[in-house]
Design a protein around this ligand. Structure first.
Ligand code: ADP
Ligand code: ZN
Length: 616
């Protein structure tokens, strides 16, 4: 077999050379924003700090320099499962890559070390704890080094959310190998973390490359939980056969939702920390191999998942912070194809989260967590562009409407809700601030429940003043009043509604209140789209023939992946299959023109896929 990777090393290191590597080895026609710049910077032997959103294409930023610089590139990555998948993907492209970590047997490690010493490797992926061992550093000192790449570099900082003690010792690299260029990469880093990473790794002179946090191919939507099971089912119905993750907060809920989805005929499995390791890794592998479509999981699932064709991420419960939400939804659409983030949330979610925060000991910490929760609620409640609310949290501005979120799809109608607010606040007042939302709504609507009649609340002046609205509509109005600060939910006291000082001005008619018209109960992302259109849009295919071919190619990919025990995307990403379905290549040349097909994949899979396309 030809090995394009080693040919490349002997060719000129010019800008057009990195373009040829992109095309011949990786099968892509164009660089993503910043990639070419970063690659050339590193090839020139300089340090770089790269902050790029998930799916931005960080890997190529060190993989291409690894092929263009003499010697072996050492890649540090925190997760063993990820390393293996990355190396499998590189090998499928004909690149000489290997992994060295605790999952290998002694014999396997010996082979890798032999290849390393012989200069036969372009890239070696190493776990941080292995890298800093004296013995291994000694090995590295004896071979030519192309570069060091530190993936998930935020793990080095205590400020970050994934601090890993073994990353701290990576500072030794700069001391021992001052002349080897280093590139640190991460998808999440606030300013403090960024400064810390640069200091810890000794990257003071490094050029910083920051690509924005926006993920333009992800559509964002959120809906208030009415009937969550039905809302989820409706969202999923038009996405049958697509890969996705559904996050829920508790193990119990994860189990329930997974079971319900299976009952509805979805290939779904549960994943949470309470399952044993073997079951968890089976679920993970089945997901990567496209044998199951949906994983219902607690947040424990995801760090080890590097599946580029995840088409949707659903939050069945509201997450605790925008950072967490951004990271979790970031697992959708890494391949750049259209993807969906859909969140369900309820006032109960907010109340529960607030309960946890109130139980935190330190006052400072409590304040921080409360601020994070408030930002999350603001996102959920957003009445203007939701992407703007999300990116605003990271200090990025979105100008005007993004056109890729539910709010932009159908902007909410606001109205003067002063009278409604007065009714609700008076009811809370007349009821002595001793009741929760459901009861207040019943009184407003004039419900003749036993409890209301027994307490004589049907005699109150506010009884039945809100008969024009449904229960859901009143709940929405009260919820909005809570979030605007005109009402407060007392978690410590059975979630009863209280009147804060701000309520007085409204009750006296001194302050006007504008609210959104209560939302329709169905998820907006799904509005007006048939399942077929939805699926087609997700893959940008144009005709039923193309769709049919896409499905056949997917089936072939599934078989090949199972046969070779690699994740399906290692064979071809969704984006490549879609392009293949669109072009329907007949010859090897035409096949090579498909995005994601390089020389190695043409050799390895060309015949099988060409045969499938020809209908053989
Ligand atoms: P990150 O590490 O930044 O999350 P990856 O490096 O895994 O992202 O890249 C995400 C996906 O995008 C992968 O499937 C990768 O092959 C693909 N990709 C990267 N660069 C390009 C490009 N220039 N053109 C097309 N696809 C690309
Ligand atoms: Zn928008």
């Amino acid at each position: 077999m030809t090995c394009p990777a080693s040919d490349i090393r002997s060719t000129a290191r010019s800008a057009s050379a990195i373009g040829s590597t992109l095309a011949e080895v990786f099968g892509y026609a164009e660089f993503r924003p910043h990639q070419a710049e970063i690659i050339e910077h590193v090839i020139a032997g300089r340090d770089a700090f790269v902050l790029m959103p998930t799916g931005g294409g960080k890997s190529l930023c060190y993989q291409i320099p690894a092929l263009h610089r003499p010697g072996v590139a050492v890649v540090v990555s925190p997760l063993i499962a990820l390393m293996k998948d990355q190396v499998d993907a590189l090998r499928a492209n004909g690149v000489a890559a290997a992994v060295l970590n605790s999952s290998l047997s002694a014999e396997e490690s010996a082979v890798v070390l032999r290849d390393l010493r012989a200069g036969a490797l372009d890239l070696i992926y190493v776990a941080p704890e292995r890298l800093v061992l004296d013995g291994f550093l000694g090995e590295l000192a004896r071979v030519e080094l192309a570069l060091f790449a530190i993936d998930e570099a935020h793990c080095v900082s205590q400020w970050g959310h994934d601090f890993r003690p073994e990353y701290v010792r990576l500072s030794v690299l700069r001391e021992r190998f001052p002349d080897v260029p280093m590139i640190a990469l991460t998808a999440t880093a606030d300013e403090q973390t960024r400064v810390d990473v640069v200091r810890q790794l000794g990257l003071d002179g490094a050029r910083v490359f920051v690509t924005g946090f926006d993920r333009p191919n992800i559509h964002y939507a959120a809906a208030y939980k009415g009937k969550p099971a039905a809302q989820l089912a409706e969202f999923l119905r038009e996405r049958r056969g697509e890969s996705g993750i559904v996050y829920a907060l508790s193990r119990k809920r994860v189990e329930q939702v997974a079971q319900r989805l299976r009952a509805e005929g979805f290939a779904a499995e549960a994943y949470h920390a309470g399952m044993d390791a073997a079951d968890r890794s089976r679920v993970q592998e089945d997901f990567l191999g496209d044998r199951i479509d949906i994983v219902v999981a607690t947040v424990a699932f995801g760090m080890g998942i590097d599946k580029p064709d995840v088409r949707f991420v659903v939050h069945y419960d509201m997450p605790k912070s925008v950072e967490g939400y951004y990271q979790e939804t970031g697992r959708a659409g890494r391949d750049g194809m259209p993807a969906h983030a859909f969140m369900l949330w309820s006032m109960q979610d907010v109340v529960t989260a607030r309960g946890f925060i109130d139980a935190i000991e330190g006052e400072e910490q409590r304040r921080i967590e409360a601020a994070k929760l408030a930002a999350m609620v603001a996102y959920a409640e957003a009445l203007s562009c939701r992407r703007g609310a999300l990116l605003g949290y990271f200090g990025e501005e979105v100008e005007g409407a993004c056109g890729g979120c539910d709010v932009c799809d159908s902007p909410p109608v606001t109205y003067d809700a002063t009278v409604d607010a007065q009714k609700a606040l008076s009811a809370v007042y007349r009821l002595g601030e001793r009741f929760g939302v459901a009861y207040v709504v019943d009184v407003l609507r004039g419900a003749a429940t036993e409890r209301i009649l027994a307490s004589g609340h049907d005699q109150l002046s506010v009884y039945g003043v809100g008969g024009e609205y449904s229960r859901d509509e009143w709940t929405s109005i009260i919820r909005q009043l809570v979030h605007r600060g005109y009402l407060r939910v007392d978690v410590a006291e059975y979630s009863t509604l209280k009147l804060p000082g701000t309520a007085r001005a409204v009750l006296r008619g001194e302050e006007q209140v504008t609210l959104a018209r209560p939302p329709a109960p169905r998820p907006k992302a799904a509005a007006g789209r048939s399942r077929r259109e939805g699926a087609r849009a997700a893959r940008t295919l144009e005709t039923p023939e193309q769709e049919e071919l896409f499905e056949r190619l997917r089936e072939l990919r599934r078989e090949i992946a199972a046969e070779q025990s690699v994740p399906a995307y290692v064979v071809f990403a969704d984006a490549a299959l879609a392009d293949m379905a669109r072009r329907a290549p007949r010859t090897r040349e035409e096949f090579l023109a498909v995005s994601g097909v390089g020389a190695a994949k043409l050799e390895r899979y060309g015949d099988a896929f060409l045969a499938a396309i020809a209908g053989e």
